[in-house]
Design a protein around this ligand. Structure first.
Ligand SMILES: Nc1nc2c(ncn2[C@@H]2O[C@H](COP(=O)(O)OP(=O)(O)O)[C@@H](O)[C@H]2O)c(=O)[nH]1
Ligand SMILES: [Mg+2]
Length: 317
């Protein structure tokens, strides 16, 4: 009896809305900055250099009865080596899973036909609604933002175009409202208090890699990948060992620096970021090891946790 009564009772739990929102766009448009702003945590690494996000990062935001699962992706780029093919694959995979696609565009750079074509090709197999976030309006002239909006409306036919500053937060709440309204109904995919699906180890390694991007220039940041080898949280301070892989022996000396100066500076800066992230004191030990041409090596990329592009596709190039 009680069951039947409840079935007709309209005051029961309201339905929830849940969906994957893929953040796509050119490298350096501000996708990772936007993800961090939305989640309110430094989850995805951000640097002024292009192509810093190499694997997809998931950020989960639960507001009332809505759960938004943001997929930060490497930029849609022209893939030149195996690592870049893996990066592009990660972006396309996120698109294939997306319930909503959010193109993040840098409003300070004029739109190009090539970008539109690349995006529209990537979206061919994807039926999810498209929104455009015109980012960096804090520094883009109003004229440029207006021209971009008109162009995006005509060329991409999105559900909506929002002007935002991911760095300062302007317009982000309004954008969030529109994204929430575009979510399909469905049960939550993550516990309400969860903000990420990758492991703490992943984020710790990424913080070391971000620090390398800040301390080195030219090819070093793009030759380095970091992996946590030990993580002992029962200790205080938390004991963490990270291996910093480089592509060539000669780079090992550069990363270590004279009398270990360079790696010590990286270690200090990274430790402070990790302490903020974990909210704990940390002892950080860094090891630099060559892993010959790892960016081009399928076995190494696999061991380092990258998604690999299909074999035949790789061989055809
Ligand atoms: N002025 C300004 N800079 C931004 C904004 N959003 C991102 N940036 C900067 O743009 C650069 C690239 O940002 P990032 O989030 O790494 O871009 P991604 O490659 O698309 O993930 C960084 O130097 C950011 O600080 C913004 O709203 N305004
Ligand atoms: Mg990024």
């Amino acid at each position: 009896m009680a069951e039947t009564a409840r079935a007709g009772d309209r005051s029961g739990p309201a339905t929830t809305r849940t969906g994957y929102i893929a953040l796509v766009g050119r490298p350096n448009a501000g996708k990772s900055t936007l993800l961090n702003r939305l989640i309110g945590e430094h989850l995805s690494i951000v640097t002024p250099k292009a192509q810093t996000t190499w694997q997809r990062v998931t950020g989960v935001l639960t507001v009332d009865r809505d759960q938004l699962v943001f997929l930060d992706t490497p930029g849609l780029l022209e893939a030149k080596d195996l690592l870049q093919r893996s990066m592009l694959g990660a972006a396309l995979e996120a698109l294939s899973e997306a319930d909503v696609v959010l193109l993040v565009a840098d409003a300070t750079r004029p739109p190009t036909e090539r970008d539109a074509e690349r995006l529209l090709t990537a979206l061919e197999e994807c039926s999810a609604p498209l929104f455009v976030a015109l980012n960096k309006i804090d520094i883009a002239p109003a004229r440029a933002v207006k021209a971009w909006t008109t162009w995006a409306d005509e060329r991409l036919g999105p559900e909506g175009v929002a002007s935002i500053s991911a760095a300062e937060g302007t317009g982000v709440d309004a954008l969030l409202g529109r994204l929430r309204d575009a979510l399909p109904e469905g049960p939550f995919l993550y516990p309400e208090d969860e903000i990420a699906s990758e492991s703490v180890r992943f984020f710790v390694a990424e913080l070391v890699r971000e620090t390398i991007f800040e301390h080195f220039h030219q090819e070093i940041p793009y030759s380095v990948f970091c992996r946590v080898e030990a993580f002992r949280e029962a200790q205080d301070p938390v004991y963490i060992e990270v291996v910093v892989y480089v592509e060539r022996k000669s780079q090992k000396g550069m990363v270590i620096g004279k009398k270990g100066q360079a790696i010590r500076a990286v270690g200090e800066a990274a430790r402070s970021k990790i302490e903020t992230f974990l909210g704990r004191r940390v002892y950080l030990q860094l090891w630099v090891k060559p892993l010959r041409s790892w960016r081009k090596n399928r076995a190494y990329l696999g061991q380092l946790g990258f998604r690999l592009p299909a074999e035949d596709e790789a061989d055809a190039r």
